[in-house]
Design a protein around this ligand. Sequence first.
Ligand SMILES: Nc1nc2c(c(=O)[nH]1)N[C@H]1C(S)=C(S)[C@@H](COP(=O)(O)O)O[C@H]1N2
Ligand SMILES: [Mo]
Length: 320
Amino acid sequence: MMIKSRKPWQISENEVTPEQLYLNRRAFIGGSAGAALLGVTGLSLPAGAATERVLNPLAFSKTAYDPKEALTPYEAVTAYNNYYEFGTGKSDPAENAWRLQPKPWSVKVDGHVGRPGIYDFEDLIDMKALEERIYRLRCVEAWSMVIPWIGVPLSLLIKKFEPTADAKYVAFETLADKKQMPEVKGWFNVLDWPYREGLRMDEAMNELAFIAVGLYGKELPNQNGAPLRLVVPWKYGFKSIKSIVRISFVEDQPKTSWKKSAPSEYGFYSNVNPNVDHPRWSQKQERRIGEFGRRETLMFNGYEDAVAHLYQGMDLRKNY
Ligand SMILES: Nc1nc2c(c(=O)[nH]1)N[C@H]1C(S)=C(S)[C@@H](COP(=O)(O)O)O[C@H]1N2
Ligand SMILES: [Mo]
């Protein structure tokens, strides 16, 4: 039983309904049997099924970023999501994110940069220079996926803006629009919108930090953060902020949504670390979506060689 007074983020991993239930339910509701079910239950049709936008195929080059592990099926990658602006349930984003309008899109760039401004999506992303990177995604809730992302290195974008020496951190914000996002309300919010994330400058410039505009060969589905989202594979999933509308270059460590909401549970760094448990559950193992049993969680999600140097001399227990 869920205790009423608990916040959605306090649901522990072993209470999370297996993704298979969501997938089955979605398939069921989408079919003709679903229409009959909806008739008797009075539920509204999950409009996503009917109005999902066409996702254009993307041209991209293959890269060596490929953990040689089975890819998580497209159906799971796009139906089992965290995107709280569209609801706190894992199937809510797939059902509700059809409301998001990712075109046209622009991103405000401000702070300590030589080239601040409002950039159109088309000016930010060179669609002729896209690459595919297969990355593990490890959610702090102890499930994981392997996803073939398509996009550009974050460092490429950052260089375009010409940050100055005062830019010590990069801060990101997601769109927060009541008209498009049912969980963004005036009266009660599960998080303090807009969703905010950030990286230290050297983390942001690391070769692994990536801006995704697609997955599985096509444009990003809305529920995965269309039209552009961050992917930071050595950190817990919540660092990988979706549907970015603002990038700020700042001197001080930026305020981030989950840290602000529960500072004893979610830190700024949030590096995947099997040796530092979440206060309410272990981080030693993970459940790979679509697999039975559990896997051992790897230090920095398996990307130790590329990123361990960023944290030399830091106490990762304190800087969780
Ligand atoms: N704006 C925004 N970005 C977000 C989230 C969110 O709720 N809102 N959830 C995060 C979490 S907790 C995870 S695990 C990943 C999930 O990405 P995916 O749904 O594409 O797999 O998105 C992250 N980015
Ligand atoms: Mo997550």
